[in-house]
Design a protein around this ligand. Sequence first.
Ligand code: COA
Length: 363
Amino acid sequence: MSAPSSVGRPVDWSVEAVDPEDEAAFAAWHAVYARAEEHDRGAAATTWTAPEMRETLRDAGGSRRVSGFVGRLGGEPVAFGLLEVPLRDNLESAQVLVVVLPERRRAGLGSALLARLEDEAAALGRTVLGSEVLWPWRLGPEGGQSDGEQPGAGQPGGIAPGLAFAAARGYALELVEVQRRLRLPVPAGVLDDLAAHAATRHEGYALRAWVGEVPEELVGGWAVLEASLETEAPTGGLTREPQTAEVARVREGEALMRRQGRTPYRAVALDVDGTVVAYTEVVTTAHEPTRAYQWGTLVDRAHRGHRLGVALKVAAARLLGERAPGVESVATWNAAENEWMIAVNEALGFRPVEYLGGVEKRR
Ligand SMILES: CC(C)(COP(=O)(O)OP(=O)(O)OC[C@H]1O[C@@H](n2cnc3c(N)ncnc32)[C@H](O)[C@@H]1OP(=O)(O)O)[C@@H](O)C(=O)NCCC(=O)NCCS
């Protein structure tokens, strides 16, 4: 067995960068992540499938680079590492993720792989390191009691291992978000009532919804709004510089989604001048046709209070119902403090399943 992290490097331990073109190595690395996700998160899991992850490693576009690292013990893949660096802005930041096979935990492997990711980030000049940790809804916003035991999904008690690990490695919890799930279809009456209620307040705005790429005439406005989500959505104590608003970023994201087999369902609100003032986006994946993910929703500050957020969510839900009737559930994430967005989501029928903590460390 390996030595614990406190007394040095685990025995017979190695870390290697993952080549997405090496099919066997890639599959073994992804399998570590997929198995741990199932173990830790159960029905709340929102795992990136292997084909999606592979495309991300191949080319995530010009706005960020994503690299995989595999930790092996005696040659056997036991730990999954991911390093993501923004390339257009937030140039001091990097996002890291470490996942260890459930039966290999508490042996210093997570620490050893994290140290390697931190070194890689430092070599790229990144001093602000962020990560995400997850824990079941039943453990509450603090992540449970620190009794040293690691609960599996569905087991009572214990502390979220990710949160304890992050704290032990010097990462502070800066933002608490909640994943909510919506079972589809939403009854037509619910959507009709919400739409009618919203319509009394958004007179003068036009709504448009479509599947796929943002039309050329809207993409400039879309790019501005989408970039502002990074700092307009609650960020707690996380370090977030504004994103640069570029059409190229939107198009790169769309190209990646196409290669991944993902399809966006999108809706916008336009003011009387035809400017995009609000957007929302739900994404499906060909690899798991019953799932959808709610991504960003944003209403420009100057146009809040017109129930545009509700109107757009209803528009996207209707579009999804018409064009992707096989989708059974939608997952969404909101900061616990984002009461307005949560109220909109709960009205649609979203219910909480899991916490997501944004943690950060400065070097
Ligand atoms: C979090 C995770 C990576 C830890 O991997 P690991 O190999 O068990 O981590 P280590 O053995 O290096 O643990 C280092 C320290 O973190 C703390 N820690 C880790 N897991 C813990 C747990 N379940 N309960 C309490 N403390 C824990 C301890 O202080 C531990 O030191 P110790 O064992 O000497 O007490 C692993 O549990 C995992 O894969 N979880 C799911 C994914 C995740 O949450 N990743 C974190 C995001 S980066």
